[in-house]
Design a protein around this ligand. Structure first.
Ligand SMILES: Cc1cc2nc3c(=O)[nH]c(=O)nc-3n(C[C@H](O)[C@H](O)[C@H](O)COP(=O)(O)OP(=O)(O)OC[C@H]3O[C@@H](n4cnc5c(N)ncnc54)[C@H](O)[C@@H]3O)c2cc1C
Length: 454
């Protein structure tokens, strides 16, 4: 079979990439393992059907508010590019207030119909067990990539560049941290001495916090996640807390070498070590997002927000994302992919979707669109120009392909913390200002690139 490009994985990202390419005249072979046989090797533990673009859990694409919300803005940009997921989503839409929710079966049937009826697309029910040695390829096999292919990816990228579980610590918007309470300092003033933001705790505050971790409601692992390995470096904070009242004070909440300048006195002019400290470390190059070091957790989201806002200095914290621990296959993209989502050293292979380290149905679809557009540019000999970083797509792409800190790279939803900050706008009007700027810049980008909706 002759085709211009091979896409592996018929989930949200693979389907979007196939659609963008086919609509631009490129012939596509789309390989999806589900439906190839009844063997367990051709299934994932989460998918229930053989349908393309199956939504494995919630039926929501989250907020559809493109005036104030980063996901809603991503919807808007996807629609501008003729997104298949957004089109099928409209057909399958069910009432959900300002959110966009769909009937998952109608949605999947609609995506599959559009792709199978397209003259440029051949859908193959087949599992791919190794990265192709040559030929343009997009790998979009998602968080539950089949084992043999994952092994092949590890062989190409290196053992520690493909993760099989995420261990997400909460991420806080920098401008919501109270710097009248916290202070910048690295332990023992190492590095440039100011790499961390420190939140001090008294003994009573610490004891109450410790109890809160023990009492907080936790999410139970799904059956097939139950063997999630707790590596020492990514153990949930509440599991550590259960080992003893002071375990955290010898672990992520260690206060030694951290002098709180607000406790300075003539005897200790630099300040004193608090009883315990919560540290935050910069998470993106823009400096807008800071992660809570060592705070990966299975606490329910409501419990996390409530408890973490009891930490001095975080009383008004706005979370760009909350903590979690799931089975999830994803690359250390800032290290292994170039700015066009191509594997460094094997640039005939592009990655798309959640395997790149974005998170969620909408983000995975958006990265699928971008991979499709990049490949279409390449195949037609046109230089690729990324969407501006001030747009939702541009911000997400920049984060994945180099702006995130590789050392702490964990899956990320789209959020305004990924956008270049707007300092001269009051906090209340900021979300509208981000979306206004993004819409203008996105429109200029599509016009200059002569990008018609697919
Ligand atoms: C249990 C679970 C619950 C989730 N809940 C939500 C949620 O509620 N909301 C949300 O927004 N996101 C959720 N996610 C994340 C969501 O699944 C992903 O963001 C999204 O589906 C990723 O799209 P994708 O195209 O990258 O991967 P997928 O949609 O998973 O598609 C990947 C496709 O590749 C196929 N495949 C895998 N390996 C091979 C191979 N070797 N050869 C051929 N085909 C292969 C798979 O069968 C699958 O169809 C959840 C994820 C999981 C695992």
């Amino acid at each position: 079979m002759i085709h211009d490009i091979h896409i592996v994985g018929g989930g949200l990202a693979g389907c979007e990439a196939a659609w963008q390419l086919a609509q631009r005249g490129v012939s596509v072979r789309l390989s999806e393992m589900r439906g190839a046989s009844d063997s367990l090797a051709d299934r994932t533990p989460a998918h229930q059907t053989d349908g393309l673009a199956e939504l494995v859990c919630s039926n929501s694409f989250r907020s559809d508010d493109d005036a104030k919300n980063a996901v809603g803005l991503l919807h808007h940009e996807m629609r501008q590019l003729g997104s298949l997921v957004m089109r099928a989503g409209e057909v399958a839409r069910v009432p959900a207030g300002s959110a966009m929710a769909v009937d998952r079966d109608v949605f999947s049937v609609e995506v599959e119909r559009a792709l199978t009826e397209h003259p440029k697309i051949t859908v193959m029910r087949e599992r791919i067990d190794a990265l192709p040695a040559s030929g343009p390829t997009i790998v979009a096999t998602g968080p539950l990539t089949a084992e043999a292919l994952a092994t092949s990816i590890v062989a190409a990228t290196g053992q520690d560049r493909l993760a099989f579980f995420d261990a997400i610590a909460p991420i806080v918007h920098r401008d919501s941290i109270d710097m009248d309470v916290c202070w910048f300092q690295s332990r023992w003033n190492k590095g440039d001495g100011k790499d961390y933001i420190n939140c001090p705790m008294t003994r009573d505050q610490y004891l109450a916090f410790h109890q809160g971790l023990l009492d907080g409601e936790k999410i139970v692992f799904k059956e097939w996640e139950a063997d999630t390995p707790y590596f020492e470096g990514c153990m949930p904070i509440e599991v550590m807390a259960a080992r003893g009242v002071d375990t955290l004070r010898f672990g992520p909440m260690k206060p030694v070498g951290l002098d709180n300048p607000r406790d300075a006195n003539p005897e200790f002019p630099q300040g004193r070590w608090p009883h315990a400290v919560v540290q935050l470390r910069q998470d993106n190059k823009l400096g807008t997002l800071w992660n809570m070091v060592g705070f990966q957790t299975k606490l329910k989201h409501g419990a996390q927000t409530e408890l973490f806002r009891t930490i001095p200095g975080l009383q008004n914290a706005e979370f760009a994302r909350l903590g979690g621990l799931h089975r999830n296959t994803f690359l250390n993209s800032p290290l292994v992919l170039d700015r066009q989502l191509r594997l460094k050293g094997a640039d005939h292979i592009r990655f798309a979707g959640q395997i790149t380290g974005c998170e969620g149905y909408v983000e995975s679809s958006a990265v699928g669109i971008m991979a499709g557009l990049m490949a279409a540019s390449e195949l037609s000999g046109r230089a690729w120009e990324a969407p501006p970083r001030t747009t939702a797509m541009g911000a997400l792409l920049a984060h994945i392909t180099g702006d995130a800190e590789a050392e702490t790279y964990q899956p990320m939803n789209v959020n305004f913390g990924l956008f270049p900050p707007l300092h001269d706008v009051g906090k209340k009007a900021r979300k509208e200002a981000y979306t206004d700027r993004a819409k203008a810049d996105f429109s200029a980008w599509t016009t200059s690139r002569q990008l018609e909706p697919a």
